[in-house]
Ligand binder design. Sequence first.
Ligand SMILES: C[S@@+](CC[C@H](N)C(=O)[O-])C[C@H]1O[C@@H](n2cnc3c(N)ncnc32)[C@H](O)[C@@H]1O
Length: 336
Amino acid sequence: MNATILPEKENHYPVLLNEIISIISPQYGGTFIDCTFGQGGYTKKILEHSKTKVIALDRDPGSIKISSNFEKKFEKRFYFKNKKFSLINELKLTNEEIRAIIFDLGYSYKQIKDNTKGLSFYSSGDLNMRMGLNKFSAKDAIYKLNQKELETIFKFFGDEKDSKKISTNIVKKRETEKIDTPQLVKIIESSKKKNNYKTHVATKVFQSLRIFVNKEISELIFGLINATKILKPGGKIVIVTFHSLEDKIVKFFFKNLSETKSISRYMPKTKEKEKLFKLVNKKPIVPSNKEINENPPSRSAKLRFAIKEKNVENFEKDFLQKFNYLLEIEDLSKKL
Ligand SMILES: C[S@@+](CC[C@H](N)C(=O)[O-])C[C@H]1O[C@@H](n2cnc3c(N)ncnc32)[C@H](O)[C@@H]1O
């Protein structure tokens, strides 16, 4: 399960917290945007420094209650919006100098444990998977999309090798039986050739459905684009990802915009591309063995960050072109 969670305890374990704090250095004060407030693990650490201010976002309405405690405790230094981070550009930030924008993708321990959200294959109820501010659920996708569409989602968002067989069996079963979370797990189990997997047999299909239901690809793509637009030179984007598809998108975004060599067919060959970001680390930062021992699910975390150097016009073209095929798969939801 790809989340910053500690299964043995009830608390959320903020992944790579020390590494993030050393990158954004809140001891010097300033305003920070925490795009994935969750249980407020990162925000709390930033606000320990008295000259800081945090603007926090989270799409889960469950975060509103936690955020109201922060609002009381850190009056005039903490502001929360129940909003998706792809819309970060809608925040009213008149002349606000943002020092860093932080994203911690994935799900919190609380969300995974919430049976009504049905994010986990151990959930007992109806298929759902909505994190908050969604238009449709996993149940809608499972019942209303055709076999080919389901296969495409499992294949491209989950890298599921048996996507054809699983989607065919779902479409057969839904004619006669109710498909809830345990039933979907059974269909996946019976569709797979072998059952001696290290990870749970339903991991990939569940990952792909969560990505689809929460439109995580467009959230990430437009979150990165719009965060870059509102950041002034000197500001940082810091992002923790939990699976290879997310990391591939972030890696391309930072790398492409920190090089002068153009890969764009929109750019004249003679004109050198402008560098928007400075990359300090080419490789991602990963959790220490100590952190992985304390919080095993952190083992899949990858932290990348970049410093904005200058404003560049139309910087998003290459990026959108490269990942358009994923956005088109997300668009299958227009049917729902
Ligand atoms: C891994 S948790 C963050 C935990 C947080 N860093 C902490 O220390 O408590 C991810 C959070 O991001 C939120 N989230 C995921 N996608 C989002 C999006 N597109 N817009 C806003 N919030 C999002 C989830 O609801 C969840 O609460």
